[in-house]
Design a protein around this ligand. Sequence first.
Ligand code: IMP
Ligand code: MG
Length: 199
Amino acid sequence: MRHTERIEKTLISEERVQRRVAELGAEIARDFADHDTVHMIGVLKGAFVFMADLGRAVWKAGGPDVRYDFVRASTYGTAVKSAGEVAREVRVEMVPSKLDGKDVILVEDILDQGFTLARIRAFLLQECGARSVKLCVLLDKELAHPSAQVQAVRRELVPDYTGFRVPDRWVAGCGLDVAEEFRALPEVVVVREEFYRHG
Ligand code: IMP
Ligand code: MG
């Protein structure tokens, strides 16, 4: 069943998403022109749609061959953030194959409070031996009321490649879900949060 009544509005059309992904692919192809491969590491599940499109955009722009790996991050506690969160324990699963000395791009659907990406980036550098980690996010959320801790995390996590900046709402589509819905939507939408607030 399609819960279209749970969608408030389209935020970014399919055409705009595609155009921006093509631009990001061209930028990455340029930046990695002297590399043998572009090694992308996607955060499951949300990044898989964006990363597939991005890899093809790099290829179409004449960039190096693209290699894919994935990590999975699980968060302790609630799946949906609570207001004024100050810290979040994130566990990294599905460790990528050896990254010794490689320059990799960490690909994520959205940068929200930043706990997930901060943890994964540190993991790739410290545990997997990556030489450098660039950050590529489809969406960068402009947080309305970040705690001091979140502000500190975000200051250290400026993405190298950003698709779009989005307001502090629940968004979905292009791989992003709310309660597993809407990942297959080709556009980015704002979701009516009241449908997902229980208890
Ligand atoms: P962070 O650790 O607070 O940065 O959490 C980031 C993760 O939360 C992302 O990888 C997303 O999976 C998820 N997330 C944050 N905001 C949204 C949203 O608006 N829609 C869907 N998922 C989101
Ligand atoms: Mg995610």
